[in-house]
Design a protein around this ligand. Structure first.
Ligand SMILES: Nc1nc2c(ncn2[C@@H]2O[C@H](COP(=O)(O)OP(=O)(O)OP(=O)(O)O)[C@@H](O)[C@H]2O)c(=O)[nH]1
Ligand SMILES: [Mg+2]
Length: 298
């Protein structure tokens, strides 16, 4: 093996909800591919992001947080994450090191990690900006005593300067092989899906209680206009009638604010003016619609 040959492989990013998986993927790629919020279960699908580092092209798979949910949809989210761990060349377990009782909270997950020699999993202790150095060191010894991690990276996923070593290591861990994507491509996901995710992020950030978990977003129309602007029409599905009026807000004010912030971010990402029309529809069964299945992509 020489460093002159191209490398290509898949790296799964997995862990408990809210650990900072999507933040890490975005920082590694240097662009916002996956949405991030302070709420748990933000990511619902496997999200692919492409990182081209030197001669290596790495397909990063951001995954939904692993948790014991109450319904089949929740179970599918966790299974999509485990599937990615099985299918990848190298996996990163992201742990919120600043969260409560990190070791106890990971007991079950650590037991389920594959223990064959061919699966290499690295431990990423995240959010160390909130911790004392001694605490970080004691967590490293506690976690590595329970599982033979291939590597350990204590870092803050929010800081680009912290992920340098991780990037270099990943690039060496994937096999030699030809690249599958252009150097400047950052995701394999359809634009319509990514645009729906932006609106879903704004709903997560601007609503409370059950609403973020009661909705799904679909981009119904994506139109490139002659004046270089984009015209997008999106539908927000809510699973209960009574939530529709909460989401709309008094005189439609809530949905207007959500639409505004989504449109502003889209215009920034796409580098052109965006017209965004949002509709709210009640569909108690949106979770049965294959377009929203957690394992739809990647
Ligand atoms: N202080 C601090 N906060 C972080 C760091 N990384 C992520 N966060 C915050 O942690 C929260 C969750 O981040 P996400 O990236 O959405 O976490 P996730 O693991 O993808 O969450 P799910 O998709 O819900 O499973 C957000 O508020 C982030 O800003 C970090 O290094 N330090
Ligand atoms: Mg996420």
């Amino acid at each position: 093996m020489t460093d002159k040959n191209p490398r290509y492989g898949h790296v799964a990013v997995f862990g408990l909800p809210n650990a900072g998986k999507s933040t890490l993927v975005n920082t590694l790629v240097g662009e916002k591919v996956s949405i991030v919020t302070p709420k748990v279960q933000t990511t619902r699908n496997r999200i692919t992001a492409i990182l081209t580092e030197g001669r290596a092209q790495i397909v990063l798979i951001d995954t939904p947080g692993i948790f014991e949910g109450r319904n089949q949809f929740d179970a599918q989210m966790s299974e999509a994450a485990w599937q990615s761990v099985e299918d990848c060349d190298y996996a990163l377990l992201i742990v919120d090191a600043a969260g409560q009782d990190p070791l106890e909270r990971h007991e079950k997950l650590l037991k389920r990690l594959p223990r064959n020699k061919s699966t290499r999993i690295a431990l990423v202790l995240n959010k160390i900006d909130k911790l004392e150095k001694e605490r970080v060191l004691s967590l490293i010894s506690a976690f590595t005593a329970l599982y033979p991690f291939a590597d350990v990276f204590p870092l803050s996923a929010r800081k680009a300067g912290d992920v340098h070593d991780l990037k270099k290591t990943i690039a060496m861990q994937i096999p030699e092989g030809p690249w599958a994507y252009d150097e400047d491509q950052i995701s394999t996901l359809p634009q319509r899906f990514l645009a729906a995710e932006i609106t879903r992020e704004k709903i997560f950030l601007q609503t409370f209680a059950e609403i973020p978990y009661a909705i799904a977003v679909e981009t119904e129309l994506w139109e490139e206009r002659d004046d270089n602007s984009l015209f997008l029409q999106q539908v927000i599905y809510v699973d209960k009638e009574k939530l529709k009026s909460i989401l709309l807000g008094a005189r439609g004010q809530k949905i207007k604010t959500i639409g505004q912030s989504s449109r502003i971010e889209m215009a920034k990402i796409y580098g052109r003016p965006v017209h965004l029309k949002l509709f709210v529809k009640v569909n108690p069964k949106w979770r049965d619609d294959p377009q929203f299945f957690p394992n739809r992509y990647a």
